[in-house]
Design a binder for this molecule. Structure first.
Ligand SMILES: C[S@@+](CC[C@H](N)C(=O)[O-])C[C@H]1O[C@@H](n2cnc3c(N)ncnc32)[C@H](O)[C@@H]1O
Length: 199
């Protein structure tokens, strides 16, 4: 069984330094009616902060959450001082974090790292915290992904998570390629999802 490489998140953040915002966030932002923007987003597993920066640049207030202290060293260097006025952050696991009702919960490549036995509670918290008419953007790793130590979901299971949502963007990606921190090939199975809460 393949496991996540024994690299640190710092190695990952160094690789991601010049990364642009994730496609799922960009699609969510394109779909959100500007007139309705109440401007509060939560970025779960924000990492070095490319999505947080994009949200702040577009006028949002952002609660950035990550369990790695190093993430915030990278993130704070990236965010220009005037934008930091609208930045809130918590260095703690998202399964123990708190945040207010949000217009958008963004979770780019982070939810698979939630411990398996805590995922259901975390997901309930996420759904509960998204306002009716609010949005989710992010990724799940599928059941054919190589990293079996993470929290993986079948297509059916992911679709079930969104029973109170309209799925606006759905992409299933399956490929063999290297990871951000290793040249060794890995089988990726990813569901990219953007969804609007309708119930
Ligand atoms: C693959 S990185 C993704 C970072 C960023 N969102 C991106 O798209 O590049 C996963 C991030 O989730 C964070 N993470 C992993 N487990 C976590 C947990 N239980 N609670 C909060 N953050 C966690 C890691 O520290 C890391 O920054």
């Amino acid at each position: 069984m393949k496991k996540t490489p024994k690299k640190t998140w710092k190695d990952y953040y160094k690789q991601q330094k010049k990364l642009t915002p994730r496609k799922t966030l960009v699609i969510a932002l394109q779909n959100i009616e500007k007139a309705n923007q109440a401007f509060y987003a939560v970025d779960l597993g924000c990492g070095s902060g490319q999505d947080t920066l994009q949200l702040l640049s577009e006028g949002w207030t952002v609660m950035a959450i990550d369990s790695s202290p190093t993430a915030f060293e990278f993130l704070l260097k990236k965010i220009p001082t005037p934008l930091q006025e609208r930045l809130l952050y918590q260095c703690r696991p998202f399964e123990n974090a708190y945040w207010e009702e949000a217009d958008l919960v963004n979770a780019s490549f982070s939810l698979p790292f939630c411990p398996k036995d805590q995922f259901n509670n975390l997901w309930k918290h996420i759904v509960f915290s998204i306002k009716k008419g609010g949005w989710f953007a992010g990724q799940f790793f599928g059941d054919r992904d190589d990293w079996k130590n993470l929290t993986l979901h079948s297509e059916k299971e992911v679709k079930r998570l969104f029973k109170n949502f309209e799925i606006v963007y759905w992409e299933e990606e399956e490929k063999d390629c290297e990871t951000a921190t290793s040249k060794e090939l890995k089988h990726w199975h990813i569901f990219h999802v953007v969804a609007k809460k309708i119930k």
